[in-house]
Design a protein around this ligand. Sequence first.
Ligand SMILES: [Mn+2]
Length: 328
Amino acid sequence: MTTTKVSSELLNLIRRNSSFLIVGHINPEADSLGSSLALALGLRKMGKRDICVLSRDPVPENLRFLPSSKKVKLKPPRREFDVLFIVDCNDPERTGFKGLRAAKTAVIDHHVLPAGAGKSGFYRSLSASLIDPDAAATGVLVYKVLTALGIPIDKNMAENLYAAILVDTGGFRYSNSSPESLKIASSLVEAGAKPWDITKDVYESIPFRSMKLLGLSLSTLEKKDGVAWITTTRAMFRKAGATAEDSEDFVDYPRKVKGIDVAVFFRQDGMKSFKISLRSKGRVNVQKIAKRFNGGGHVAAAGCTVNGTLKEVQEKVLKAVRAALKGS
Ligand SMILES: [Mn+2]
């Protein structure tokens, strides 16, 4: 059963059960972790004692400030839970785990369901769900669930939910910075979340090596026909003593260039292998471009891997981007 409103099925599922396994997606970010942790804290406040927050990948360094993030488990407990909550994704595969054990399953998420999902066995098997692609963050939905249950939002829940909404709205800059997400953020600040403290942890704690790598990469910036791009080579990673993780948000920089429609980031992973990140400012669907290279993603953010020399890869990818721009 899937709905975009907090349903009585979902509330009753929480009220009537006592053990909960909560899992987000692989490579978790603030929304996945903050939503999972806030939900766990809320359930605990209701008196539920058996709650486990699970993640396939460890909590990233810059999110270890999230209250109770130390309790995140990386291996599923052997026992069966009453309820499995899948959070900030809607495909069990995205959790990175196979065969998680629970009597009932529910999804809380704001991603678009895959085409034809309604007919699939997984969605039919759900006991309850809250799937609203119009929600700015899963944190918004968890806030609504906790509020509907009458749970007072404490400081620890507020910090987790504020971080979730902050990051998924790009620091309250993206078009999903709606009256609703701003109102909820405001009530989270009232509940004790400190915007500057959280901003410092999330945005102003870049490792030195990563900043050095950014400098090297930005020196490759080019712009042509509405496209801006930067490249990070293996030599740059070596020079900065950095790894792929340190270049996580680099595609945001060419996107900031005035007058461009598409930003591309070329990251060299192997001698002849490049990870490509694509961002659109709204005119082009970059997911379609990524799909041509067997990648995927969303309308405004997508990625793929392309093999070849840097020159070959850039020619191929930029040609596809230009074609998409012409067709738009
Ligand atoms: Mn999210």
